[in-house]
Design a protein around this ligand. Structure first.
Ligand code: TYM
Length: 508
């Protein structure tokens, strides 16, 4: 569905008629906009599309020749960027995000979307690709809090984001029973961190920590969201510690042109049920609903916001002149729960944040200000993305066909899995002969991430796949059964959560 902003008005239609010939003459680089000027008359505006390449980009990562930002690959002049602290280094910079200003799809471009989910360069409004048609136009990696696509190179993210790899030694320190690593640690689904070692050192000296994670309630929860939450629950049980869980209905309202507050608040409630269904206990779990609980967050938010310059925010999040000011301010609200424990209990302890690495930009700016405000820097432990059922990128609600929602009925799950991208061959005969490739198969990833806990069985599945003994149809059928069983049980627990959800709110 088109956002209202993008619908063609009569004014725009007139512009299209007038400018089609010009566009033909000038090629793809000249765009036109019809505008009403201050005097109220119709005027024409030419926009030259400028594409900014930023070699140090931590988000869209094709490198410029010398690893420095440049206006385009041929141009040496570099735009000035301001960096307050190495942790909040610029990780993305682009201009001309409005896809209307781009008419040449082949032009090398790092334009990325921060503006709305409808501004994604590789997606047309209303487009829902089925999995196997879903190969990105190019496989360029994009990792932002609002968009992940392309083939995600995790080692490169560690380098570019400046995080630390999770070493075996650290994993074993994190587990109270190091001989029995949690599956997500053993399989390195959690792969990177910031200051986890510091948090564990403090813990050894008697300083506890709290857990903090969250969800942007823009729609129903999918099974990718469950990945960090399942591990968070494990940590909570191991360390008997509090979890603060933020539901950012305000964020989703601000970043999405089509969202309205009623809808995002409704999804806050729905998404909270999914969290509770995983087994979090009310004594230790505190859900923060942003629009309802803003009184608890506001003073901390202000202290944080005052210490982040616009320049840092722009370079960290890619804000543009056209970004609404609510969104520019908003990151301070995601920072606030890192510090809320002290306000609620008087105890100053660090927060440890389990989340996928897309959320890291928030923590970079938060870590910059933490000590100035008398808090510990929040620590992070980052997970990889559960991929969607298509090619590349992560499971994302904006691609519902390649995404399994917890509320998907069994026949929908079956259909989505049946259409999934696999590492199989063109025909069954060929596959029996030459085998398939599990490393590119979305279905195999689901076993790896969530649905085959037994390493021996997983290895055997992989072996049979490679040997051509296991065909994709059978593998998909097994997964459908496992997934539907899991979802059925999850939904039963989710239903029960409705009776207790009030116990998870923060009491005044
Ligand atoms: P949101 O709603 O985009 O995502 C919720 C959590 O799920 C992780 N995630 C995934 N993990 C594995 N595979 C995937 N395919 C996948 N997709 C998303 C995200 O990293 C996140 O941990 N702004 C946040 C809400 C938030 C938050 C937080 C998240 C507020 N405070 C603190 C983490 C920690 C958001 O919109 O998340």
């Amino acid at each position: 569905m088109k956002s209202k902003r993008h619908r063609k008005s009569p004014r725009n239609k007139l512009g299209t008629l007038l400018f089609r010939p010009l566009r033909f003459l000038f090629g793809a680089h000249v765009n036109r906009q019809l505008k009403i000027n201050r005097e109220g008359s119709l005027c024409l505006q030419f926009v030259l599309t400028a594409t900014v390449h930023h070699g140090k980009s931590h988000l869209a990562i094709p490198e410029s020749r010398n690893g420095q930002p440049c206006l385009n690959p041929k141009q040496k002049k570099q735009p000035k960027t301001q960096t307050a602290n190495p942790e909040s280094r610029n990780f993305y910079h682009s201009e001309s995000l409005n896809k209307k200003n781009r008419t040449n799809p082949n032009q090398p471009t790092l334009e990325k979307t921060y503006m709305t989910r409808h501004a994604s360069p590789n997606r047309k409004d209303g487009e829902n690709n089925t999995a196997n048609q879903n190969a990105p136009e190019n496989n360029e990696m994009v990792v932002t809090p609002w968009e992940v696509k392309g083939k995600v190179d995790y080692e490169r993210l560690i380098r570019e984001f400046g995080t630390q790899p999770l070493t075996t030694q650290l994993l074993e320190r994190l587990e109270k029973h190091p001989d029995k690593l949690h599956l997500q640690l053993e399989r390195r689904i959690f792969f990177s961190h910031r200051d986890l070692d510091t948090v564990l050192d403090l813990y050894d000296k008697g300083v506890k920590f709290v857990l903090y994670t969250g969800r942007g309630p823009s729609g129903p929860v999918h099974i990718g969201h469950l990945v960090p939450w399942i591990f968070t629950l494990h940590l909570q049980q191991e360390y008997d510690t509090r979890l603060y869980f933020q539901l950012t209905d305000d964020e989703k309202f601000l970043v999405d042109d089509e969202a309205n507050l009623g809808e995002t608040s409704k999804y806050s409630y729905e998404n909270a049920l999914d969290l509770i269904a995983l087994g979090f206990k009310p004594e230790n779990t505190f859900i923060i609903y942003d629009t309802q609980d803003i009184d608890l967050l506001y003073d901390i938010t202000l202290e944080v916001a005052k210490r982040i310059t616009y320049s840092t925010a722009r370079s960290s999040f890619g804000f543009q002149d056209s970004t609404n000011i609510g969104w520019v301010f908003w990151p301070a609200i995601q920072a606030a729960p890192c510090f809320i424990h002290k306000k609620l209990t008087g105890e100053n302890v660090p927060a440890l944040i389990p989340a996928a690495i897309d959320q890291d930009p928030y923590w970079r700016v938060t870590r910059d200000v933490a000590q100035k405000l008398g808090y510990y820097k929040p620590a992070q432990i980052h997970n990889r993305f559960l991929p969607g059922l298509g090619v590349g990128g992560k499971m994302s609600a904006s691609m519902p066909e390649t995404c399994i929602f917890t509320m998907d009925p069994p026949e929908v799950v079956k259909k989505k899995i049946w259409n999934a991208f696999t590492g199989g061959k063109g025909t069954a005969a060929e596959q029996r002969k030459t085998g398939a490739d599990p490393t590119v198969c979305s279905i195999f990833q689901y076993y790896f991430y969530l649905f085959e806990e037994d390493n021996v069985k997983l290895a055997e599945r992989e072996r049979r796949c490679r040997a051509g003994e296991l065909l994709c149809g059978e593998c998909k059928k097994d997964l459908t059964e496992k997934l539907n069983k899991f979802l059925e049980q999850h939904r039963e627990r989710r239903e029960k959560a409705k009776d207790v959800i009030d116990q998870y709110g923060i009491k005044r």
